[in-house]
Design a binder for this molecule. Sequence first.
Ligand code: ADP
Ligand code: MG
Length: 247
Amino acid sequence: MSRLERTMNRYRSLRCSGIADELQELVAHAEANAVSYLDFAEQLAEREQQVRERKRLAGNRKRAQLPPGKQLEDFDYRHQTTITKRQVHALLDFGFIDNRQNLVFIGPPGVGKTHLAVGIADKALDAGYKVLFRNALELVEELELAEMKGELKKKIAQLTRFDLLVIDELGYLPMSRQARYTLFQLVHAFYEYRSLILTTNKDFTDWGEFFHHDNVAVPIIDRVIHHSSIYMLGGESYRLREKTTAG
Ligand code: ADP
Ligand code: MG
């Protein structure tokens, strides 16, 4: 084994595979260019940091489970005129995540709610945030399963490790009392701690109905809504459009 190989192995055993993989090139470059010791030391550290950051982002992206094909670049604001590009791009400094605020996209089917939610989540991943995408019903099934195993708290704790949870299609179908309870526990755990993006076809006046006027859940949902930026997306529905201009 050459000295170079032995050194590479040492870096690998120190879990510095970024340095190990590039060592030959870095050394050759340093020798050819009379790179200073300090510059060389810096280059090694930089290389390792870059590789680790890239891996971290790739891992975050894999865990996020975003549905494919909904890039923000592909969103057509000439088609969807009830939200502007300026409004959407203003969200991409991710102040809403840093401040534990939520986004809610409300509107009838097909107006681009999921596309926007996923497009924003995709950019949050690029910016280094930990994101998870879930359809509301799938999420509730997961929570109910955890509840049955007596592991709801643990499951919710796992979910709060994400900076941003996208819950898609909330309120499309009625949920059992048990389902609403688990969902409520989750929303409560996220309150002022982590961010949510919700997409829903419900108007907020329906939230009380959704939680069956539950006098614990409704006030908390109200507080969540108060920590949210709400975007009413139209297209077909005049009912929603009128509400937007009124509100
Ligand atoms: P919603 O979630 O409001 O029901 P989606 O976001 O799923 O709607 O949009 C339905 C389909 O139309 C998706 O394939 C989405 O990518 C596309 N779409 C919707 N609005 C736009 C838009 N303004 N520009 C480009 N594609 C759009
Ligand atoms: Mg949708």
